[in-house]
Design a protein around this ligand. Structure first.
Ligand SMILES: [Zn+2]
Length: 133
């Protein structure tokens, strides 16, 4: 960058800061992001919008409470494609995954070398005493 302007006045710096903080592009970008976040999920049936950080059970609740029973959740939110109302927290899936993982051999624990411990202490003491450089 073309630095070297040691005589930047405080006013100029302030102006610079102001410009940097609020360029139209940046403002647009951040408002776009806010908009995106705000409209993270849009019900395709009634156009209700939900924040991007809303949890699938909330969306599902919308489907069941705002739309007739039997409404396909996916017809409201694509995000509910993998949502299982009987397993809203994915606990069943997690349990299944856990069971699958349980069949795998456990990682070996570090074997304690009981007999060597004494030796290690001894040699450590010896090394200390020698003050090896
Ligand atoms: Zn809806």
């Amino acid at each position: 960058m073309g630095g070297g302007n040691a005589q930047k006045s405080a006013a100029a710096r302030l102006k610079n800061l102001k410009d940097k903080g609020q360029t139209d592009e940046e403002r647009k970008a951040s408002s776009d992001k806010a908009k995106r976040d705000q409209c993270g999920f849009i019900c395709k049936m009634c156009r209700t919008t939900f924040m991007i950080n809303v949890k699938p059970p909330t969306l599902y609740l919308h489907v069941t409470s705002k739309h007739p029973a039997g409404t396909d959740p996916v017809s409201c939110f694509d995000a509910l494609k993998d949502f299982d109302p009987e397993d809203p927290k994915g606990e069943k899936a997690a349990a299944a995954a856990k069971a699958a993982a349980g069949s795998k051999p456990k990682p070996k624990k570090k074997v304690k070398k009981g007999a060597d411990d004494g030796l290690d202490l001894l040699s450590a003491g010896l090394t200390k005493g020698k003050k090896k450089k």
